[in-house]
Structures are given as structure tokens and as C-alpha cells.
Design a protein around this ligand. Sequence first.
Ligand SMILES: [Zn+2]
Length: 254
Amino acid sequence: MRDPIHCWLVQGEGRNILVDTGMADLPLIERRLKVQGTGGGHEGLRSALAEHGLTPDDIGHVVLTHMHFDHADNLDLFPNACVVVQRRELMAAIDPVPSQRIYYWQTTIDNLIARKRPNQLVLVDGDHDLFPGIRLLSVPSHTEGMQVVIVSTEKGRAALVSDLGDHYRYWYPADPRATDRPQRSLTGAFLTGNIRSESERDWQKAMRRVLDNSDIVVPAHDFRIPRSIPDEWFAIPESTAGDLAHVPPQPPSN
Ligand SMILES: [Zn+2]
């Protein structure tokens, strides 16, 4: 499996909000998970923020879509930011469904527990209007306390859907623009992931609710997500080209 891991900087009205904080430094990930990669860690975040003229100290709020290790590490870079997470997700991280124990790392839990309320940690129960134009939708599915961030933009309401459907093919499983294996039986429905805490029906309902409340879907781990969204981009790219998720790793050349 090869996936990018996106974090999102949301700016408006003088606020800098980070949605998800990504994964630990690659050497640690490589040791623990026996995978290879590039980027990540403090350095990855610092350099990405620097491209916007920011340092970690400029981030006022961190919204965690959920607390899996690839979305919620590096919190120590933001000691003064206010972290916003669903109360149910924190409980799920402390006492996860057994199949998800490996995805919740102690560093994330320890960091959140040590934060002072309410300036450094806000625990949210259900849907929540964080600021005008920034809405959190509670969508138990992939995890018990999963939340999707809906951001009002000039182009429409963008849903940062995280792992509720981490590639376009989950949202548009019958659409050849989204997948090279369109499934007609899933017309009008969604593909759900197999890492989940809730039932498939609950997951389907959650995705429907997100589409009903947004105009643009931004999955967490699709290679086609551009680093900045071009003007003509509205929902899904015109072809599956560029999404490496389905491409089997090439055998070594020698
Ligand atoms: Zn996840």
C-alpha cells in the first residue's frame, strides 16, 4: 500500500487552523511498521507551514478528525494551540475496539491528557460550529469519534473527510473518473473501508450526511489531491491517472 498523508491548513479571519497533524518522523515509522516513506514528522510540518510563511507557533487551533497515528502525531509541536477533538474519540483511543489498538499511539493520548482545558483542549460532543464557516460533523464510522471538517470557501463547502472515505473511489465507486474498477452495483451508494468501529449501514449514512452538507470532497489519502486546489477542480479529477493507490509496487529492477 502506498498513500500520501495530508494535513490541511485552513486560513480566514486572521486564524490559522490545522486539520490533522500527520505522522511521526519516518525513521520511527519505518522501525515500527516496516514501511518506507518520505517526509513526515516535525520537519515535514515545519517546512510545509514555512511555505505559507508560518511557524508552528502561528497555529491557534488544531482539529483532529480522529486520533489514529497517521493523523494525530506531532502534537508536541503545538503546545499552545487549542486541540479540538470529539470526546468520544478520546475515549475510543483509551479503550479502542480491539482491531484498532495498533492505530492509537500512546504519544497522542498522553499529549491530549496533559493539556489544560479549555485553552489547550476542547472536547466536542457531536456536531459543532467551531467558527463561522467552519463546521464539525460527527460521523462515527471508521472510528467511534470520527469527525469531518466542513469549510466554507469561495468555491463552495469543502469537506475534509479524512478516513471516512480516504480515496475518491470510496465516494464515487461507480464513476470511472474515481476508480479504474467502477462497480455499477454501487451506483448511488458508497464503498466503505474495512477498518471500522461502526456498522456498514452507519458508515453509509455518515457519507450521505457529509455529501448532503458539502459541495467538495477532499479525501485524506488520495494521490490526486493537489497541494493547492486549482480553479477548475470541483469534485473529482477527470481520470484516475495519478492515483498510485491501485498500482502494485514495481519489482526491483535488478
Ligand atoms: Zn484512520
